[in-house]
Design a protein around this ligand. Sequence first.
Ligand SMILES: Nc1ncnc2c1ncn2[C@@H]1O[C@H](COP(=O)(O)OP(=O)(O)OP(=O)(O)O)[C@@H](O)[C@H]1O
Ligand SMILES: [Mg+2]
Length: 338
Amino acid sequence: MANALCMENAENLVEVRDLVVKFRTDEGIVSAVNSVSYDIPIGKTMGVVGESGCGKSVTSNAIMRILPENGWIASGSILFNSRLGVFDIARLPDKDKRLVQLHGREMAMIFQEPMTSFCPVYTIGNQIIEAIKLHTDLPKSEWRNRAIDLLRKVKIAKPEQRVDEYPYQLSGGMRQRAMIAMALASNPRLLVADEPTTSLDVTVQAQILDLMKDLQQEMGMSILMINHNFGIIAETCDNVAVMYLGRIVETAATKELLENPMHPYTQDLFRSIPQVTDQRGRKLAYIEGSVPDAYSIPKGCAFFPRCRKAQKGLCDESIPPVVDLGNGHKVSCFRYDQ
Ligand SMILES: Nc1ncnc2c1ncn2[C@@H]1O[C@H](COP(=O)(O)OP(=O)(O)OP(=O)(O)O)[C@@H](O)[C@H]1O
Ligand SMILES: [Mg+2]
């Protein structure tokens, strides 16, 4: 059957549209992601930022189709411009062959804690070789050399020696590099990086982020970068989506967002980033209150109870529509700066 799906924009690798993800829990059904839409352009880095619990990981896990058993995609679409044509990931049945193709050869993921990706009882090399065996057509005779090449690519010194070491023998930064090497084994078109450097010290963090940038340029892959740290998002991403309680409140090209943040939540997030130029003794800014849980999402704009600009009778009545400000800048707020 001919593939009838078509990307809205041929320069996008992924187009998420009106995505709703729900979970069944003891307390009932909760919507963790509500009507989320964003694009991941080919060869570019899309950043998703927001406080803990706002739905960044659930959205990316839905794209990867690795939601836990009690979660499901209730509606919306996730178009993926794969090497074999355009698929709607949200609609593929669980055991569909195309899903296997996507997982093996088109998308890969790296996490915050590399120890969760590596099994402690096998060498790094064996685990990378397993990925090569599963996800490529290389002959067996070339597996080991390919694993060494991948370790070299992620700038691990003495890769011929490291390939035979166990995960515990590597430092945190080196393990993160090795995990990236394993993710690259399939030459993916999309790399999902969920808080990839949060457990590392700042110097190693900067090295890993630089490495990812270099690899992206070399391999032309797209990156979905998830982080609660606006600084990291600003440095590494071409475009940014700001999430709050399961919804995107603002999205724009990074430079545009940094220069003209429109949503009060985005502005507050900016204010809470410490600056080197801050006066000594200045109290760090923070956003009043905390993110409510997914069971008690306020009526109207979910940010209303914490918002400096909230207007009673307006913001607490209905969900603000998405306003397109042009140039890819969109904001969902009744009271955004005009
Ligand atoms: N398996 C699950 N069952 C029920 N609710 C879940 C499940 N997984 C996630 N959630 C809920 O979905 C919401 C979004 O969670 P998510 O993990 O996407 O947050 P996040 O933005 O990635 O936060 P963090 O920065 O802490 O990683 C949260 O309210 C969370 O409790
Ligand atoms: Mg998360």
